[in-house]
Design a protein around this ligand. Structure first.
Ligand SMILES: [Zn+2]
Length: 367
């Protein structure tokens, strides 16, 4: 029921919903509707000033004269003297939604375009426009409630300070329609589609991938990857079009002194786990994601690879060792019994152990 009510809010048009009930002395300016209050049990005289105000952006109403307010479902309850469940069901059926249908049709209409089809149809977007879209999308999402995203990361042992520092952003499902409209107000559809944020059906993608990890380069978000926080959703990841532009969290290097230890890890979670425990880390997307041109900025640090202890991680570590030595750089290797996040989740004294393992590696592998 809660999900269905969120889906109502994701696709209802507040303006037409409220204006249906509010005809008398109604006035709309800059997304706010004002009218005489039609709520029957308020028993307004019908004279006097309009006491009902509706925020058409958020869909919230408030009657100033009786000091009562709420969302569109509450409004429907009051107008028709019905309970929550009946209100949700009736609005949903007016909108042509049923619980299952809504979900699957939304999933279909918001699905990212297949990569090949998009590549054939759309010219890639210039980097500064892609960045502007990333920044605007993050900004629109940050105006919404972030707690679900923060809680998800907290359950993985990642603290809020680190989450904020790297700009991880949550896109709540119930804000879908609002965020989509904000983006359409700010950018031409063609650019939104070329960026991969919108699909060919002119819908905002990222509907199922709502935990957003921006890549910041010199303080600007230049790219985004997002993961699903629900189980059973495949693929787990979705991103803007184009390729990963940098190491994840590369901006951190600016703040470090030369010859400090920097960890090279796999993925966002491991990067954030280390930040949470006070270690400096940059992340690769997938074990094999390192690019030659990203090496130079690492040159002045002691770089310690802590990749996953699986075949892919080991292959990557061996290859990076060669890449680093070809440039006259050194790459230290840390061997953990599990990936970084698991290590910290399961060892009570993980931070200390991690430090000791690092010192041992530097000593053994040093010259
Ligand atoms: Zn009223």
């Amino acid at each position: 029921m809660r999900r269905l009510s969120e889906q109502i809010k994701a696709c209802i048009d507040y303006r037409s919903f409220y204006t249906r009930y509010c005809q008398t002395h109604a006035r709309i300016s800059s997304n706010r509707l004002q009218s005489l209050c039609p709520i029957p049990h308020h028993a307004h005289s019908g004279r006097g000033n309009p006491s009902l105000s509706v925020d058409l952006e958020r869909g919230l109403f408030h009657c100033f004269s009786r000091d009562e307010g709420g969302d569109c479902i509450r409004f429907y309850e009051l107008m028709h003297s019905v309970g929550f469940v009946q209100a949700v069901n009736e609005i949903a059926s007016e909108l042509g939604l049923t619980q299952k249908q809504t979900e699957s049709s939304l999933i279909r209409s918001t699905a990212p375009d297949a990569e090949e089809a998009a590549d054939n149809q759309y010219e890639p977007l210039a980097a500064d426009r892609l960045s502007a879209i990333c920044e605007a999308f993050l900004g629109a999402c940050r105006r919404e409630d972030q707690s679900e995203g923060r809680n998800y990361l907290a359950r993985r042992g990642i603290d809020e300070r680190s989450t904020r520092r790297v700009g991880v952003t949550y896109f709540p499902r119930r804000a879908y329609r609002r965020v989509m409209r904000r983006m359409m107000e700010e950018f031409p559809l063609d650019e939104l589609q070329r960026s991969g944020l919108f699909n060919r059906q002119a819908h905002l993608t990222f509907y199922r991938h709502r935990l957003l990890f921006p890549f910041y380069v010199e303080g600007r978000a230049v790219y985004l990857q997002a993961r699903t926080t629900a189980s059973g959703v495949e693929p787990r990841w979705h991103n803007m079009r184009g390729s990963v532009p940098s190491l994840y969290n590369v901006d951190l290097l600016e703040d470090l002194n030369s010859s400090e230890v920097v960890y090279l890890v796999e993925g966002f979670t491991d990067t954030l786990t280390l930040l949470t425990h006070g270690f400096a880390a940059v992340g690769l997307v997938g074990a094999g994601g390192m690019k030659e041109e990203w090496l130079a900025p690492l040159g002045r640090f002691k770089v310690v690879a802590a990749l996953d202890p699986d075949a892919a991680g080991e292959r990557a570590a061996a290859r990076y060792q060669e890449m680093f030595s070809a440039r006259g750089m050194r790459l230290f290797q840390l061997e953990l019994p599990s990936d970084v996040n698991e290590f910290f989740q399961h060892h009570p004294a993980a931070a200390l152990e991690f430090k000791l393992l690092t010192e041992a590696a530097l000593e053994e592998q040093g010259f």
